[in-house]
Write a protein that binds this ligand. Structure first.
Ligand code: PGA
Length: 240
């Protein structure tokens, strides 16, 4: 594992933007498949990338969302976020966006393989140690590929999803996510982490046992796993 520590959120965003841009530039020569994250951590990174992408087109780069929360009568929440934060401001062509959703998740590992695999997945760290939609308490071992997870597994998950969906009546029965085997099959994994509120969970992810309760602990077993974290997020590492 490679841990890059930055002074603050701004610098974390710059380093993460450089990682992403490094891969995007490879798209000048060949097809590059990137799976990217929504959430609040990458907001600044996408702003930085916007500047770089505004005068450059890298048409061989394909972008994949890695989870989706369907909403009854509406569009998926993850794609909505990615379009707002990244695809629209950076004017990414529709032909470069590969939509993963509740309709295609069953065949998606095969599709990813046919597309040549994901060259890099950039993800955030959830407060319970989740990566993508692999929340603590939802895993059935580490062997599953793209998967559907019931929105009714427990009260905490149900409440959270109802909130995100805009109410119980709009909430679908399940959401979909790249599973642990899908993510471990990506050629490179980059995790971005910022802030004191992530310090405790990052410590468990990097220094605790590798276990299903802390899903992201699994990522330590990947041969090309980089964590880009600011000083606050790493403040508990190496301490009792
Ligand atoms: P965040 O989300 O970037 O909004 O903290 C991370 C996650 O929940 O995967």
């Amino acid at each position: 594992m490679n841990l890059i520590v930055t002074e603050n959120y701004e610098n974390m965003s710059r380093v993460a933007a450089m990682e992403l841009m490094g891969k995007i530039v490879e798209g000048k020569e060949k097809r590059v498949n990137l799976s990217v994250t929504g959430g609040k951590t990458p907001v600044r990174m996408y702003e930085i990338i916007q500047e770089f992408l505004k005068d450059n087109k890298f048409e061989n780069v394909h972008y994949y969302n890695f989870d989706e929360i369907p909403v009854k009568g509406g569009s998926g929440l993850t794609m909505d976020t990615l379009r707002r934060l990244f695809f629209q401001p950076c004017r990414i062509d529709e032909a470069q966006i590969d939509v993963f959703d509740e309709k295609n998740y069953m065949h998606y590992d095969k599709k990813l393989e046919e597309d040549g695999g994901i060259d890099m997945i950039m993800l955030g760290l959830g407060p319970d140690g989740h990566f993508c939609g692999n929340l603590s308490g939802t895993l059935n071992g580490f062997g599953e590929g793209c998967r559907a997870v019931s929105n009714h597994l427990n009260e905490r998950i149900e409440k959270r999803l109802a909130f995100l969906s805009g109410g119980m009546d709009k909430m679908a029965d399940y959401y979909v996510t790249f599973g642990p085997a899908t993510v471990m099959g990506c050629k490179k994994i980059v995790m971005i982490v910022s802030g004191m509120e992530k310090a405790e969970i990052l410590k468990k992810v990097l220094e605790g046992p590798i276990c299903e309760e802390i899903p992201s602990s699994l990522l330590r077993l990947h041969p090309d796993f980089t964590v880009i974290a600011d000083k606050d997020a790493v403040s508990l590492l190496g301490k009792k």
